[in-house]
Write a protein that binds this ligand. Structure first.
Ligand SMILES: Cc1cc2nc3c(=O)[nH]c(=O)nc-3n(C[C@H](O)[C@H](O)[C@H](O)COP(=O)(O)OP(=O)(O)OC[C@H]3O[C@@H](n4cnc5c(N)ncnc54)[C@H](O)[C@@H]3O)c2cc1C
Length: 470
């Protein structure tokens, strides 16, 4: 909780609706208690974090977001926006006012000439194929799932794979956020442009995002090739990532096998044979989810069965080729609940880091049913991006949600730290502001922007206090 008393705004003050120069309109803004419903217990997708906020607000308009912030301040409560609750860290949780902006969604504007789309910040990624189809557009790259909101995904630096592509936040060309003063701050390549690299990945610490403009690309297909390959492919990971648009791999613990995925971008007009609902269902639901639920559940009950099951899974999973619209290839349903830690390390460190993880698992005799996911992304300029200023490899470790991940994750975290690793803001880690600051050259600049926009720490929570400091 913020210890500084916050000034209580008058109930019926008139405030500028907009900080845009020349935007003279004023809006009647009342601090409305009815925006705040009594809180109930909320928990994240991974079931590892929970909170009971004092109140939950569900604003439907930007003015209601502003009123919510002012109402919370008046009561001396912290404010936190939540997206889809898919972070494994408690980054979206608060015991103050939780702001669910899911009603602020959809396409707000389209700049057809530049392929840019302005979205309500609460838009879920799974809504985008339908929303963007009439404009012939798509997201440039995506991660593994589409359940997140666009604000939540970009705020934690969510990424996919591909050395020519940055994380989702690199595609933000403009945004609007409600600040601690209850004002709308617009940041774009033309207005307050110096704040863009701070605001694109801000883990909710600068304000509540209400609009995001994204640079999209013409809709495209992906040709996917999935294979079971030897572990040694890790040594050529960067070369493969340079040679192909999107390369990633899953190493199955207790095996010498990698499931590799190589996706190639094709024009949307390219003829292709659709995968078919039955085989898509067989792969994604039966193999990807039902079989995985069985393997994870069995491994949890009887750990010794994990190595042979992993060997079987590695062979069963990857051996197919198909072409489909980009979003269908990038993402798939994840119905087996798990906990995850992911670190970004310099791209060239991947082979040695993953070998150390393999040696660790063998030495400790753990039984790990989930594969270790390996990806790469381009360097970017966003100050808190895990790929800030360096081409990055991502190493992600998982555990079934009923298993205690701490021993495995702590040991892997030590390896990643030794490789100059930066933890994903939305995935489990133990780092603190003191040891994150040296990992991010612009960390101090980000804190200065936070001091300017939120001096009273209205948007703080336990997580920002840990990773950004008080
Ligand atoms: C099954 C699964 C698969 C995943 N796959 C990937 C992957 O492939 N790649 C990857 O990088 N990550 C992945 N993640 C992590 C996930 O993308 C991030 O944790 C993401 O932040 C979750 O988005 P969300 O909408 O649920 O946001 P939340 O978890 O609800 O919130 C995340 C952060 O965003 C802030 N926030 C949300 N809305 C706003 C707003 N309107 N204004 C300001 N701040 C806001 C919150 O306060 C919080 O700090 C995965 C997670 C799961 C559970």
């Amino acid at each position: 909780m913020s210890t500084e008393p916050t000034p209580a705004p008058d109930a019926d003050t008139r405030r500028d609706a907009d900080t845009r120069p020349g935007a003279g309109a004023e809006t009647e803004l009342t601090v409305r208690a009815d925006l705040l419903e009594p809180g109930r217990r909320v928990r994240n997708w991974g079931r590892g974090e929970a909170a009971r906020p004092t109140a939950i607000a569900r604003p439907r308009t930007v003015d209601e977001v502003r009123a919510t912030v002012l109402a919370a301040r008046e009561r001396g409560l912290e404010v936190k926006a939540i997206g889809a609750g898919h972070s494994f860290t408690p980054t979206a949780l608060t015991d103050g006012v939780l702001v669910d902006i899911s009603a602020i969604d959809g396409v707000l504007a389209v700049d057809a000439a530049r392929g840019r789309v302005t979205l309500g910040a609460g838009t879920n990624l799974y809504q985008l194929p339908e929303l963007l189809a009439p404009h012939g557009l798509a997201l440039q790259n995506m991660g593994d799932i589409d359940r997140q909101t666009i604000a939540g995904a970009t705020s934690t630096g969510t990424h996919g794979t591909g050395l020519a592509f940055g994380g989702l936040a690199t595609q933000i060309t403009a945004l609007a956020l409600v600040t601690a003063a209850g004002e709308v701050l617009r940041i774009s390549e033309r207005e307050n442009a110096e704040l863009l690299p701070a605001a694109r990945v801000a883990i909710g610490a600068l304000g509540i995002l209400v609009e995001l403009e994204l640079q999209c690309v013409p809709a495209f297909l992906l040709r996917a090739v999935e294979r079971a390959e030897p572990f040694e492919v890790v040594d050529e990971f960067r070369e493969r990532s340079l040679a192909h648009d999107h390369f990633e791999a899953y190493w199955w613990p207790h095996t010498a096998l990698l499931s590799t995925k190589t996706n190639t971008r094709l024009p949307a007009e390219e003829p292709y044979v659709p995968l078919g609902r039955l085989s898509g269902w067989l792969e994604d639901e039966l193999l990807g989810n039902a079989a995985h639920a069985l393997v994870s559940g069995l491994g949890w009950i009887a750990p010794p069965v994990t190595p042979p099951l992993n060997r079987l899974a590695a062979k069963l999973y990857g051996n197919r080729e198909f072409t489909a619209p980009s979003y269908e290839v990038f993402t798939s349903p994840r119905r087996v609940r798990f906990r995850e830690m992911e670190y970004a390390i310099p791209a060239e460190a991947l082979p040695s880091a993953i070998r150390e993880v393999r040696e660790l698992v063998e030495r400790k005799g753990w039984r790990i049913s989930f594969p270790v996911e390996l990806r790469m992304a381009a360097a970017d300029e966003n100050w808190l991006s895990t790929a800030h200023g360096r081409e990055s490899a991502y190493v992600a470790v998982h555990r079934y949600w009923r298993e205690d991940p701490s021993e495995y994750f702590t040991a892997v975290e030590a390896i990643m730290r030794a490789h100059d690793g930066r933890p994903h803001w939305g995935k489990i880690h133990t780092r603190t502001a003191a040891d994150l600051a040296p990992a991010y050259p612009r960390f101090g600049d980000f804190l200065a922007v936070r001091d300017a926009l939120d001096p009273d720490r209205v948007f703080a929570n336990a997580y920002t206090r840990r990773v950004l400091g008080e």
